[in-house]
Ligand binder design. Structure first.
Ligand SMILES: Nc1nc2c(c(=O)[nH]1)N[C@H]1C(S)=C(S)[C@@H](COP(=O)(O)O)O[C@H]1N2
Ligand SMILES: [Mo]
Length: 195
């Protein structure tokens, strides 16, 4: 009967809707919340894992030697963000707190949205990045530093810009553009992987 068929279809449609709603509530892949402008933002800390492990608060981070330099990035879609004055802690100084890095080690940088970016030891020494000028023409790389930035243009990094702490690749020379994919937002964990 057409009426029964219709009822059946409506039932199936309702089941699908319920499934979509339920799956939408399970959150992101890691199950951890992104530190938005809510409690999680204030509770931020940073776990460093190497041969030992340490957890740093925001004020711990601010007591470490700070680097202030120029940062400018381009997304994979060609949108530039910056130029910014970036202030933060050199990743070599952070990893030194948990045993340091060897020449062949990798440094894994995690964010609670499930994003992960891996640097090699050479990159922490500023080598092996592709650099562009403002017109996105590739230029030879000046000395670079990889920092965990907590201030951007003199203000705490906002949530939308990846705060409380975001990776920035910085240079003493202005106008050096680096690839945005390495600028990990909302960083909450850094691991040294021995090779
Ligand atoms: N945690 C996290 N960081 C991230 C990403 C992400 O998806 N999650 N995307 C990266 C990529 S591919 C780019 S191009 C830039 C984009 O930065 P924006 O969101 O400030 O424009 O952030 C990088 N950092
Ligand atoms: Mo990107």
């Amino acid at each position: 009967m057409p009426g029964q068929k219709m009822q059946g279809l409506i039932l199936i449609a309702c089941c699908c809707l319920v499934l979509v709603l339920i799956s939408g509530c399970t959150g992101n892949a890691t199950g951890k919340s992104i530190p938005s402008a809510d409690p999680a933002f204030g509770n931020w800390d940073l776990t460093l894992n190497g041969t030992t492990q340490k957890v740093l608060t925001r004020s711990d981070l601010e007591t470490l030697p700070a680097v202030t330099a120029n940062g400018y990035a381009v997304s994979t879609t060609g949108i530039r963000f910056g130029p910014y004055t970036c202030k933060g802690v050199d990743l070599r100084d952070l990893t030194a707190l948990v045993g340091g890095i060897g020449e062949k080690d990798q440094i894994w940088v995690y964010a609670p949205d499930g994003y992960l970016w891996v640097f090699d030891a050479g990159q922490l020494n500023g080598k092996g990045f592709v650099t562009f000028n403002e017109s996105l023409r590739e230029v030879p790389s000046p000395p670079l530093k990889v920092i965990l930035m907590y201030e951007q243009d003199g203000k705490p990094v906002t949530y939308n810009d990846g705060g409380p702490a975001r990776v920035a690749i910085v240079s003493d020379s202005p106008g050096i553009v680096t690839e945005g994919s390495a600028w990990v937002k909302w960083v909450d964990r850094i691991e040294v992987h021995k090779k």
